[in-house]
Design a protein around this ligand. Structure first.
Ligand code: SDX
Length: 432
């Protein structure tokens, strides 16, 4: 809290109240508006929460103007270069980087929770083979709460920790099972001698007929992709998890709600939409037409992978992703990938276009991720599933922070009612 206040005066009544200003470690100060209702009888109005801080948080900070992202004070660039995904998970869950003993214990715990109950396999059989993997992941994740009654009491910190670790550990296994189910191949069990990223690639791409050899460049790229997607302040899916959790719902149900919210093409579904868009553009000669459409207010077409609610400068994750993109394509010997060629030219043209400059629309994390994932062998339908695997740690960390926040209450926004005023019911015989 600061000593600063803002005065609000009702021009009709002349009543003035002082609202306190709160300042975080860095970033925009906030006005504590709670007295507005009790003293002036007003709500605030902010569709899309463009200017609303829903909570205090210590996990992640984004500086949209500088194009900076940090977790626990560490920049995403440094974490992507020097850390690994499980270490970032530990950082988000605990607020500090682990020492070697803590890292070993955490890695061991996650590794030994990667298996799912054998009965879970039956859930997959109920889906059609062409079911979207996100539909499967959403359903099966919610079903986990039926198997882990020993970690659904959210008031117990031990159960919160166990549920968090189970979700981080099992999401790759469920995601890989959804992938295998969609292509008719047998499920692979996790292997405890592999790293988190290696294990995920193994479960996705190993087949019983031959040994699966981990490609270290792809494993490293996958680990970086997971780090880049781990957490991102109060985005739509994280806010969904917090809101679901504020009612006391169990963590498995809350994460299933987060998966559902992530699926939308304006959010995590954008990586899949980027690949579909690049395929639709088809050739670099068509780019000007699509830029024109993106600028046209009357055309619903948007340039997927561009723009962000917070970043009004380059998304720092997109920069790392672009570097990884070149590494992976080189490693795989993919020269002149047509989609990458279109993406690179689209980025170059868009960044010089007056509309994109004026609207401060830069490539976001989703612009390059799809190209890497496609090169690795994932179908576009799996892209948002991978985002969900990575973001699970962000969701559980934010969920845990919400429950442990002494200010925490059930989330229940108000509204500006514009419907009809009170009127009497008219029996149908009098309505004809
Ligand atoms: C993610 O919140 C997060 O942190 C999300 C995320 C995370 O890690 O959790 O970062 C992950 O979701 C990244 C974003 C992926 N989505 C896309 O790439 C879809 C395309 N982008 C847009 O839909 C849009 O930019 C959003 C949804 C990302 C942001 O929407 P906002 O903040 O509500 O901004 P807006 O839609 O109001 O756009 C502002 C202006 C509008 O023009 P005006 O109404 O002011 O005239 O910019 C225009 C928009 O029409 N605009 C675009 C555009 N994005 C915004 N025009 C063309 N192409 C685009 N991509």
């Amino acid at each position: 809290m600061t000593n600063r206040t803002v005065s609000v005066t009702d021009s009709e009544t002349g009543k003035t109240i002082e609202l306190p200003i709160m300042q975080g470690t860095v970033g925009n100060p906030v006005i504590d508006i709670r007295k507005l209702q009790t003293e002036l009888g007003y709500f605030t109005f902010d569709p899309g929460f463009m200017a609303t801080a829903s909570c205090k948080s210590q996990l992640t900070y984004i500086d949209g103007d500088k194009g900076q992202l940090m977790h626990g004070g560490y920049s995403i660039d440094e974490l992507a270069e020097k850390s690994d995904f499980l270490e970032v998970c530990y950082l988000l869950l605990n607020g500090t980087l682990p020492n070697s003993e803590e890292k070993h214990e955490f890695d061991h715990a996650i590794t030994h929770h990667t298996m799912v109950h054998e009965q879970i396999n039956s859930f997959f059989r109920g889906f059609r083979r062409d079911a979207h993997p996100m539909a499967i992941l959403c359903g099966v994740t919610g079903a986990l709460s039926a198997f882990y009654h020993d970690s659904t009491d959210i008031s117990d910190p031990i159960q919160r920790m166990v549920a968090s670790r189970r979700l981080i550990a099992k999401m790759p296994t469920l995601a890989a099972m959804a992938f295998k189910y969609s292509n008719g191949q047998p499920f692979n069990y996790p292997k405890n001698n592999l790293t988190y990223a290696e294990n995920f690639l193994h479960m996705c791409f190993a087949v019983p007929t031959e040994d699966y050899v981990i490609n270290p460049v792809l494993a490293s790229a996958m680990d970086k992709i997971l780090i880049l997607h781990a957490d991102h302040e109060q985005n739509a899916s994280t806010s969904t998890v917090r809101l679901a959790g504020s009612s006391g719902a169990n963590p498995f149900a809350c994460i299933a709600a987060g998966i559902a919210a992530l699926w939308g093409p304006a959010h995590g579904g954008a990586n899949e939409a980027v690949l579909d868009m690049l395929a639709e553009i088809g050739d670099r000669s068509n780019i000007p037409e699509y830029i024109k459409r993106a600028r046209d207010k009357n055309d619903p077409f948007r340039l997927f992978g561009f723009g962000h609610r917070v970043y009004k400068n380059f998304d720092p994750r997109a920069k790392v992703m672009r570097e990884e993109c070149h590494k992976v394509l080189n490693q795989l010997g993919i020269k002149n990938d047509p989609l990458l060629e279109i993406a690179l030219e689209l980025e170059e043209i868009a960044l010089k276009d007056s509309y994109f400059i004026e609207k401060k629309l830069y490539p976001n994390v989703d612009f390059y991720s799809g190209i890497i994932l496609k090169a690795m062998g994932f179908p576009t339908s799996m892209f948002t599933v991978l985002f969900a695997v990575a973001r699970t740690v962000g969701w559980v960390s934010q969920w845990k922070e919400m429950i442990e926040d002494p200010m925490q209450r059930i989330g229940r926004p108000r509204q500006l009612y514009t419907g009809p005023d009170l009127k009497s019911y008219i029996p149908i015989k009098d309505r004809d």
